[in-house]
Write a protein of this length. Structure first.
Ligand SMILES: Nc1ncnc2c1ncn2[C@@H]1O[C@H](COP(=O)(O)OP(=O)(O)OP(=O)(O)O)[C@@H](O)[C@H]1O
Ligand SMILES: [Mg+2]
Lengths: 289, 243
């Protein structure tokens, strides 16, 4: 029991960060970023390259993942989403564009990093063992701690910084935010960069546990969409709730359902469909708050 | 001709949305210190005039000057930073932010904590209700309180020209009086020039110096507000049943 909860918290902390990035981008620009999973994969490969291959310190490699994705996100917003949103009146255009970017990034990953599964040396050795009730390797605990710390920092940033306030204002009422002097183009770019950066950060954290490979992008995006649907799109609390709920469900599923085969996600999908039929806007369906 | 005492000159402006005309050659001006009212029926183009001034809608012909400087074509953020504040139609508060954070968003482009603090105190003094609701999220306020909040938020930018789009719409009659009174004070005590769009023409004419009546994208009548209150055309068209 304790073990399942611990696994759930560990997974949930990673998932929540992925969902936060996705929901931030959605709240700000009304864009469903289908390429979110690919951004996560790139974050993993960057940390792999710097920490695994060039042997720079892990935290520095993580920073490189963040920086790479922030820059990539900013460029994608500035040159792709920004112009398309300004010119097109139809919402499908951004969805098609997002899907296109997902394919493009898959191709870029293949070219730059190859198709092999990559792993890195453990960041810390040893296993935590509490009376055989909770057994968890120290590296997982560290990664979980770092993720929760990052989530806290992100929330504080959104609540208390000038930039965070501007991003929230933009998400809640674009016109009113413009009338306060918020430069929509600049802050859309900042928001997109921030969302992409969160994806890259999780990728960098998780590469130390699960490794990384090209095929992880799509499934990660799908999980991210599920979390956002569970919690409600465009809300910080919704993303966090969605992340932890999915993490917990997965942990429970693996403990309980694995004896019947690999059906955890099948069950989760069915449960999600029923849930959405009852609560189509998720748990906290309201705009960014 | 650019006249220095004119805080706003809006000249021969044409604006269309997807080939549908909203403004067909509108000229209005606001003199420093004045309150000017724009009245007219639904769809006349009043909001479009305000949106054009703040750059939210791009104009297709004509020119707009603020304190002698040309502003059409600039981004809304730059126009706002120059000293124009707009309270848009429909009380657009940031619903999930506190009253405080809403007000602080008004100071977004400003520097100097002490100065901002002073403006904030002034706004809270003018609208004591906002002080009572300071930590509450804006979405939970009543319509009248939200209207006070968006006016207060606009004042936080410390504007020289305040654009108000139908501040009395959907608000209890008692509060309409309060809001009208605050507009007069903002103009008289703070010396802020005001351009007021109103469906409630009688209220608008009674608190403004001059007024323009707009019909389908053109100015049809203009003059001193006190004369227009007695103008037979205005009476027939705009003062019918409204209080
Ligand atoms: N975004 C838009 N797209 C297309 N047409 C628009 C748009 N906004 C306004 N219009 C049209 O432009 C004209 C002028 O609209 P505007 O909002 O300026 O009128 P208004 O005088 O403010 O009306 P109201 O009293 O209803 O607020 C109307 O015919 C309206 O239908
Ligand atoms: Mg209007």
């Amino acid at each position: 029991m304790e073990q399942v909860v611990a696994n759930g918290v560990y997974l949930g902390s990673q998932y929540a960060m992925i969902a936060l990035g996705l929901t931030l981008i959605f709240a700000l620009m009304n864009v469903l970023n289908f390429a979110h999973g690919q951004m996560y994969v790139i974050g993993g490969f960057v940390t792999y390259t710097f920490y695994g291959q060039f042997e720079v310190p892990f935290l520095l490699a993580l920073l490189m993942s963040c920086a790479t994705l922030a820059i990539l996100g900013a460029l994608i917003e500035k040159f792709l989403f920004g112009p398309v949103i300004r010119r097109s009146a139809r919402e499908e255009s951004t969805m098609l564009l997002a899907a296109g970017i997902a394919f493009l990034l898959d191709a870029v990953i293949l070219l730059v990093f190859g198709e092999k599964q990559r792993g890195v040396p453990k960041i810390v050795d040893g296993v935590f063992n509490w009376d055989f009730r909770i057994i968890m390797p120290y590296d997982r605990m560290l990664i979980c701690g770092l993720a929760i710390l990052s989530i806290g920092a992100f929330i504080a940033f959104m609540q208390f910084s000038r930039t965070g306030r501007a991003l929230r204002a933009l998400a809640q009422d674009r016109t009113a935010a413009q009338l306060m002097g918020v430069n929509v183009n600049r802050y859309s770019m900042i928001g997109f960069a921030l969302g992409a950066m969160l994806a890259g950060l999780v990728g960098g954290l998780l590469v130390t546990i699960t490794g990384v490979n090209l095929g992880m992008g799509g499934p990660t995006s799908i999980k991210a969409f599920m979390m956002v649907m569970i919690g409600g799109a465009g809300v910080i609390s919704g993303a966090i709730a969605g992340g932890f709920i999915l993490g917990m469900l997965e942990a429970v599923g693996l403990a309980v359902l694995s004896q019947y085969g690999d059906i955890t996600y099948l069950v989760i999908f069915i449960a999600l469909m029923i849930f959405l039929a009852i609560r189509p806007h998720g748990l906290m369906g309201k705009p960014w708050g | 001709m650019i006249v220095a005492s004119r805080i706003l000159q809006f000249q021969d402006v044409e604006l269309y949305y997807d080939r549908v005309y909203a403004l067909r050659g509108v000229t209005i001006e606001v003199t420093e210190g004045e309150t000017v009212a724009l009245i007219g029926a639904n769809g006349a183009g009043k909001s479009s005039i305000l949106r054009a001034i703040t750059g939210l809608s791009k104009i297709d012909q004509g020119s707009i000057y603020f304190k002698g400087e040309r502003i059409d074509g600039l981004e809304p953020a730059s126009i706002v930073a120059m000293g124009i504040a707009m309270v848009p139609e429909g009380r657009r508060v940031f619903p999930f932010m506190s009253v405080k954070d809403n007000l602080m968003m008004g100071a977004f482009t400003r520097k100097g904590k002490a100065e901002i603090r002073r403006t904030l105190d002034g706004v809270l003094e003018r609208f004591p209700r906002l002080k009572e609701r300071y930590r509450q999220s804006a979405g939970t306020l009543s319509g009248g309180e939200q209207q006070m909040l968006v006016i207060g938020r606009a004042l936080m930018t410390r504007p020289r020209l305040l654009l108000l789009d139908e501040p009395s719409l959907g608000i209890a009659p008692k509060l309409v009086q309060d809001i009208a009174r605050s507009i007069v004070r903002i103009n008289r005590d703070d010396g802020v020039s005001v351009l007021l769009v109103e469906q409630n023409s009688r209220m608008a004419l009674s608190i403004s110096h001059r007024a323009f009546a707009i019909t389908t994208g053109s100015v049809v009548i203009s003059g001193e507000s006190r004369d227009l209150l007695n103008d037979s055309r205005i009476k027939a068209a705009y003062l019918g049943g409204s209080v």
